[in-house]
Ligand binder design. Structure first.
Ligand SMILES: N[C@H](CCC[C@H](N)C(=O)O)C(=O)O
Length: 299
């Protein structure tokens, strides 16, 4: 049994998030605890965002990201927005600097309640994705789904936001494709030695696209923030859109700006659902009666 830790069940456009307060502790959430929480319908999550004391001077917190299968991830855009909203309500601050496996990132909550996260610079080199074989041009790699002579999907763009993404471009409704069928096959394809998040994107305007994602370590989710970033920068670098794109995921819209300094800024909402305490060793948890924390504006 471990000493109880506070948590908040939240979501970012329907991406199910648990924000866990691990500050002031030397322990970490055990994979078994994460898997137990993921199995409970009430606390079922896509990612746990564990807030730890800072590791690096100049940062406020270290954030550990755990997928519902217990694997660690380098980036989680929707989860970071939930972390910002929770910390802003607790501290009254509206700007934060975090460290994650993907590096240092900054974030801010706006007066209207929306949250912007600087997701850092995208990586496009085949070894940075990573891919298991060399591709000189990662704007489209040789990978396809379905019959050789009539592939259902082919030639994805690949990019990393600290975590690996493959974006398949389609010219029709993204719901036409059986992502639940071939998402797992592609996630585990040998070309992705660290697996990958698999998305289907339909570009609808020079500043808009629609996205569905099968997430690495999770499966289908209603939103994937880092995939929205990866899709927006891939759309821009393949000439499909400009550098400011509204990415509409099943849970709603995210605004993505690929700045001239190469940083990718993602802006969107976060939503608190309930809070409680849990055991980081076993995953046993209990709900408390806390009310929704005051948050700025109306997103
Ligand atoms: N499943 C992802 C991590 C979470 C990504 C997503 N929830 C987001 O909002 O970016 C991975 O293993 O790379």
């Amino acid at each position: 049994m471990g000493e109880q830790a506070a948590f908040a069940k939240m979501n970012g456009l329907g991406n199910e998030i648990i924000v866990a307060d691990m500050r002031g502790r030397s322990d970490h959430i055990a994979p078994a605890a994460a898997i137990a929480l993921a199995r409970d319908p009430a606390t079922k999550f896509d990612q746990v965002m564990a807030i730890h004391d800072p590791k690096t001077s100049g940062t406020d917190y270290y954030v550990e990201i755990i997928n519902c299968d217990g694997t660690r991830a380098q980036a989680c855009g929707n989860g970071m927005r939930c972390v910002v909203q929770a910390l802003a309500a607790e501290t009254g601050r509206n700007r934060f600097t975090f460290e994650t496996l993907a590096g240092i990132l900054t974030a801010a909550e706006h007066e209207n309640g929306l949250i912007s996260v600087d997701m850092g610079k995208p990586r496009f080199g085949w070894q940075e994705i990573p891919l298991s074989e060399e591709f000189a041009d990662t704007r489209r790699i040789e990978l396809q789904v379905g019959p050789i002579d009539a592939p259902v999907l082919h030639s994805p763009s690949v990019a990393s936001m600290g975590n690996p993404h493959a974006i398949f471009w389609v010219d029709r409704d993204v719901w036409f494709y059986e992502l639940e069928k071939f998402g797992p096959l592609l996630e585990h394809h040998p070309i992705f030695p660290e697996r990958a998040n698999i998305s289907i994107a339909e570009v609808t305007a020079n500043d808009a696209l629609i996205l569905r994602t099968w997430e690495r370590g999770v499966g289908l989710t209603r939103a994937c923030g880092s995939a929205a970033c990866a899709a927006a920068v891939s759309a821009a670098r393949t000439g499909r859109t400009g550098r400011n794109v509204t990415v509409t995921v099943p849970g709603g819209p995210l605004e993505i700006e690929w700045r001239d300094d190469d940083h990718v800024i993602m802006t969107g909402p976060a939503e608190w659902e309930f809070s409680g305490t849990f055991d980081p060793v076993t995953g046993a948890w209990s709900r408390d009666n806390a009310a929704a924390p005051a948050k700025r504006g109306v997103a």
